[in-house]
Ligand binder design. Structure first.
Ligand code: MG
Length: 463
C-alpha cells in the first residue's frame, strides 16, 4: 500500500516551490488540493499571510489558496501585491505562523507558482515539503465544522510599509541623503516596482524607473534579470549618468546591478563587493559566507585575505538561507543576484541589497565600477549539453576521475579549483541537461578547458 502510494507520489516542489504554466500544468483543482494540504500542515487556528506578485493568474490562485486554507480552519490574512522578501520579513516580524507566496519568480510570463514560508520567514525545508506532498496525495485534509467557518479572511495591507521601514533602518539615512544619488530601478514590471523605488526615495536618492509598471504581461519581456534582458536598462543608466542601476526578477528577491559605466555585473561579483564591506564593518558577525558551488571563486580569493571562510553548498537558495540562519555569518548569496543580509533577514532580498549598495557608496566615497574593477579578473564560459540525468551523472563521475589530483567540491556535481581557473560540471536540477561553468585567468585557458571537458564527457556517455 505504502509502496503503491510512493510510486504515485511525484514530487510537487521543485528547487523553490511548486511551479507550472498557469491553467495548463497549474490548474485550479491542483492548487485547491495543495492549499488544503498546506492548511492541514500548518494546523487549525494558525495565522497565515498570503501574498502575490504581478503575474497572470495571481488573483485566481490567491482565491483558491484562501479557500483551501480556510476549509482547514486556518486564519487567512491577505497581503496583496508584495515582494517575496517583504512577505518573508513580515511573517517573522509580526509573528505569523507561516505564509504562502504566489509567484513563479524569474520564470517566463506564462508560469505561476506557490512558495510556502515557515514561521521563521524562510521557505519551508525539504522535510516539511514532503509532509505537504504526502497530505496532497493521501487527501487526509483537516475539514473544520461549519461553526469554524464563520470568520472571514482579513485584508493585511501593511506588508510593504513595514518592510520598507525595516530595510531603511539598517542603513545610515542621513549619510546617504547627503550624496543625492541618482539610481535606476528596473522592477521587471512586478512587485519590485512598488518597494525598491520607495526605499531609494526614503534614502534621498532620485529614482528613475524602467519596467516600472505592474504588468502581468511583463511588456513581453522575461522577468529574469540577465544581460539579454537588461541591455536597455543598462543604456538608461549610462545615458542619464546614474550612480548605478538595479534590476529585479518577478518577485524582487534578486538584484542584478548595472554599474555607472553601464556594465551588467553578475550577482557573485556584487556579493563579493558587499561581503567585503560587511566583513570589515561588522567584525562581530561569524567570519563565514555561504554560497552555492555555482558561484565564482573570486569570493574565496578576496575574503580569504580577510580571514573569512566561504562555505560551499548545493545549488538552491533555501539551503543557503537555512545554513545562514542556523550558523550565522556575514551573508549568503547566489550568483544569479540573490543576496542575503542576516542582520535584516537571512533570505534573498532585492531592496535590502540596493540599500546596502547605497550605504557602501556613501561611506567609501568611490564609484561602483572601481569596486568591481578591484576584484580578481576571470574570463567566464557557460554552456549546457542536453542529456539524460543518468548520463549527466556518468559525465560528472568521469570529470571527477580525470581531475582527481585537483581540489574538488563534490556536493552538487563536481567543482574543480586550481590556481588560475575553476569549473563546475553539474546535472541541472530541473531539466535534462549537464551544465558547465568555467572561469579562467585567460580566454585561451577557459576555451582549452572547455575542449578538454567536452572530450572527457563525450567519452563517458558514449556507451
Ligand atoms: Mg525570485
Amino acid at each position: 500500500m505504502v509502496n503503491d502510494l510512493e510510486k504515485k507520489m511525484e514530487r510537487l516542489f521543485g528547487t523553490d516551490g511548486v511551479r507550472g504554466v498557469i491553467n495548463r500544468d497549474l490548474i485550479p483543482e491542483k492548487i485547491l488540493r495543495l492549499s488544503q494540504a498546506i492548511g492541514t500542515f500548518f494546523g487549525e487556528g494558525s495565522r497565515i499571510l498570503v501574498g502575490r506578485d504581478a503575474r497572470a493568474g495571481g488573483e485566481m490562485i490567491e482565491n483558491l489558496v484562501v479557500a483551501g486554507l480556510m476549509s482547514t480552519g486556518v486564519k487567512v490574512y491577505r497581503a496583496g501585491l508584495v515582494p517575496t522578501p517583504a512577505l518573508q520579513y513580515v511573517i517573522k516580524d509580526q509573528g505569523f505562523d507561516g505564509g504562502v507566496m504566489i509567484t513563479a519568480s524569474h520564470n517566463p510570463p506564462e508560469y505561476n507558482g506557490i512558495k510556502v514560508i515557515d514561521s521563521d520567514g524562510i521557505e519551508i525545508s525539504r522535510d516539511k515539503e514532503e509532509v505537504i506532498e504526502e497530505l496532497y496525495y493521501t487527501g487526509r485534509f483537516n475539514r473544520v465544522s461549519w461553526r469554524e467557518l464563520v470568520e472571514e479572511s482579513k485584508l493585511y495591507p501593511y506588508v510593504n510599509e513595514i518592510y520598507v521601514k525595516a530595510v531603511v533602518s539598517h542603513v545610515d539615512k542621513e549619510l546617504i541623503r547627503k550624496r543625492r544619488f541618482k539610481i535606476v530601478v528596473d522592477g521587471a514590471n512586478s512587485v519590485g516596482s512598488i518597494t525598491t523605488p520607495w526605499v531609494v526615495r526614503e534614502l534621498g536618492a532620485k529614482v528613475y524607473t524602467v519596467n516600472g509598471n505592474i504588468d502581468p504581461l511583463f511588456s513581453g519581456r522575461n522577468p529574469e534579470p540577465t544581460p539579454d534582458t537588461l541591455y536597455e536598462t543598462a543604456e538608461v543608466v549610462k545615458e542619464i549618468k546614474a550612480d548605478f542601476g538595479v534590476a529585479h526578477d518577478g518577485d524582487a528577491d534578486r538584484a542584478i546591478v548595472i554599474d555607472e559605466l553601464g556594465r551588467i555585473q553578475w550577482g557573485d561579483r556584487t556579493a563579493t563587493v558587499l561581503a567585503k564591506y560587511i566583513a570589515s564593518k561588522h567584525k562581530d558577525l561569524p567570519r563565514r559566507v555561504f554560497t552555492a558551488v555555482s558561484s565564482s571563486i573570486i569570493v574565496e580569493e578576496v575574503l580569504k585575505k580577510m580571514g573569512v571562510e566561504v562555505i560551499w553548498l548545493p545549488v538552491g537558495s533555501i539551503g543557503i538561507s537555512r545554513a545562514l540562519a542556523r550558523e550565522g555569518g556575514i551573508c549568503g548569496f547566489e550568483e544569479n543576484g540573490g543576496f542575503m543580509y542576516p542582520l535584516h533577514h537571512p533570505v534573498r532580498d532585492g531592496a535590502m541589497t540596493t540599500a546596502l549598495l547605497l550605504q557602501l557608496l556613501a561611506e567609501e566615497n568611490t564609484t561602483l565600477s572601481q569596486l568591481y574593477d578591484e576584484l580578481p579578473k576571470y574570463y567566464a564560459v557557460k554552456t549546457k549539453i542536453p542529456m539524460s540525468r543518468d548520463k549527466a551523472l556518468k559525465a560528472v563521475e568521469a570529470v571527477k576521475e580525470a581531475f582527481k589530483n585537483y581540489r574538488q567540491i563534490t556536493i552538487d556535481g563536481v567543482k574543480v579549483i586550481s590556481s588560475d581557473y575553476w569549473f563546475l560540471v553539474r546535472p541541472s536540477g530541473t531539466e535534462p541537461l549537464l551544465r558547465i561553468m568555467i572561469e579562467a585567468k585567460t580566454k585561451d585557458k577557459a576555451n582549452e578547458l572547455l575542449k578538454i571537458l567536452k572530450q572527457v564527457i563525450e567519452e563517458a556517455i558514449k556507451q
